[in-house]
Ligand binder design. Sequence first.
Ligand code: NAP
Length: 258
Amino acid sequence: MRLNAKTAIITGGTSGIGLATAQAFVRHGADVTITGREPRRLEVALARIEHNCTGVVADAGDDEAMEAAMRSAAARSGGIDIVFANAGHYVHSALGHTTRKDLENQLGVVANIFMTVQLALPHLRDGASIILMGSVYASMGPPGAGAYAASKAASAALARSLASELSPRRIRVNVVVPGAVDTPSWGMDAMETSARDGQKKRLGERAPLNRMTTADEVANAVVFLASDESSGVQAAEIVIDGGTTGAPAGSPRFIRGE
Ligand SMILES: NC(=O)c1ccc[n+]([C@@H]2O[C@H](COP(=O)([O-])OP(=O)(O)OC[C@H]3O[C@@H](n4cnc5c(N)ncnc54)[C@H](OP(=O)(O)O)[C@@H]3O)[C@@H](O)[C@H]2O)c1
């Protein structure tokens, strides 16, 4: 029980990495509040988590709703020990084809992360752990994804400043940096099996481990950062990408010369 008696809030806990993390947190003894924008998706997710978890409908960009979510999470034990600022989405942003609205929509994700932490602040216990969502795209220079990459790089920069501001209260701020994770965000659920398998294989071939990362593997890293086992880890980034960025020359695509 690595998170025994800890109270956590996860933004975007209805799917993918957020849902897997909520399940892992509960398994490790935490009391968890998840947020999401859709009441029905929240209900379905809560049914999958079963116990020690509640849900609050809150768009991460809606400060009033997020404030209510923080109050609700804190009310469960008188404070919050863990914040996982996970909620996010992808907006394609090819140069020459991107509107200001697209940019603001994508870059707004990092504003939402800042506000999530700020709204949690009055409820955070000393020694709390905050985990922000990053991405390997922040450092890979993916074409057509400049706004997404910039927003994830901004998360990492933000974590470092927040860590400096919050260290006097022993509050830690770290970042998880996933590669290609097998979640609904890739839009593969609607594909036929053979197309889906082909797409997963192609995405997995960017990594020396030759597969996509699972949401559970990212959740394991978040559990570590949320737990007291990582008490000395501050302003750090944990990369969970099967070696995509650390050893790109070992990927099947590189070895084939693609
Ligand atoms: N999958 C990957 O390969 C990958 C790699 C690196 C980083 N990431 C990052 O990991 C995070 C989670 O992605 P995922 O792959 O797990 O995607 P996902 O399966 O689509 O889940 C996204 C979650 O975020 C919620 N969400 C999105 N926008 C929100 C908002 N404005 N307010 C509240 N909740 C919101 C969604 O809930 P509702 O739709 O119900 O609101 C859902 O629960 C994202 O920040 C993503 O950029 C993903």
